[in-house]
Ligand binder design. Sequence first.
Ligand SMILES: *Cc1c(COP(=O)(O)O)cnc(C)c1O
Length: 361
Amino acid sequence: MISDLIKPHIQKLHPYQSARDIYKDVSGILLDANENSFGSVAGDSVSLMNLNRYPDPHQIKLRKALSDYIKVDAEKLFFGVGSDEIIDLLMRLFCSHGKDSVMIVEPTYGMYTTVANIQNIEINSVLLDENFGLNAGKVLTNVSASDRIIFVCSPNNPTGNLLEKNEISLIAEKFKGIVVVDEAYIDFADDDASAVSLINEYKNIVILRTFSKAWGLAAVRCGYAIADEVITSYLFKIKAPYSINVMTEQIILKALSKFEEKNKFVELIVKERDFLITELSKIVFVKNIFPSDANYILIKLDFAKEVQKMMMHRGVIIRDRSTQPLLEDCLRITVGTRAENIKMIEKMIEVCNEISGGQNA
Ligand SMILES: *Cc1c(COP(=O)(O)O)cnc(C)c1O
């Protein structure tokens, strides 16, 4: 039973009861939440209604709209203040300090480690293959008895590649804990690439997605989990009562109603990604351009650290990932607009020329 994996004191938890938990209908005279019935100070500057009322803690409209869009039951959906918040909540649900651990498949997104460190949860790391593929056998033989969650990221940040769905299902089948599949960049991959099709068969899989990347809504702070309803119902029990504010709700509803525009952004970004690959391949210092299913490209190049620093001093900021395991001399470049990409390539050539004394022209 999935609920047996929840920390015992959380299984017994009496969640905080907000006014809107006790009385859900908002059409009456609401004098139960100590709100300001007259209105809000920011009322006329924000074109949204009801800033004076607490937002819906049950995320009804959001879950319905997302359910219609991704064709997953609303009960299996949970919204967080960024998917980063959900990473934190999942670890709080399943991992006890001093007793449990998490497995992180490296090199990957740094937040899994940060959250584990904040909650003082032991980390058991295992490496992807040298071509950044996920090997279920390797992961499973390295699992320790105290591991409660395995974190994988597909497409993986910062390597850019999708992980094999077959390997993910093998892990979910054999592992007795939770398998988190972070799909922050799934919009940039092929339609059938998502592991979401596995959640009905494997109740221990949690998919994470975000509005911060393809949807262009990083400032809003909104992400979501897709998981068995037992898991989402526990997430609701431990979240802050009014975590998703009314402005976030309005903006995400609007975005979901215009999902074609997200698809247009994806098309543009994928085209720019191809442009960047072509241009980067002309630069002699660049030793490897790793295939990408995301909105960034990982490259391996000579003098990576110097190149990154010198480009930064010229106003083009790319990410040094060279200290992560398997990523010696690797930099991660986010796909920009055509103008930004041209500038970036220009500066990289300039810097490489400076380092090599002109041999990279
Ligand atoms: C950017 C990113 C996130 C963070 O998403 P938010 O919804 O902005 O918190 C999560 N996972 C990965 C792999 C990311 O790269």
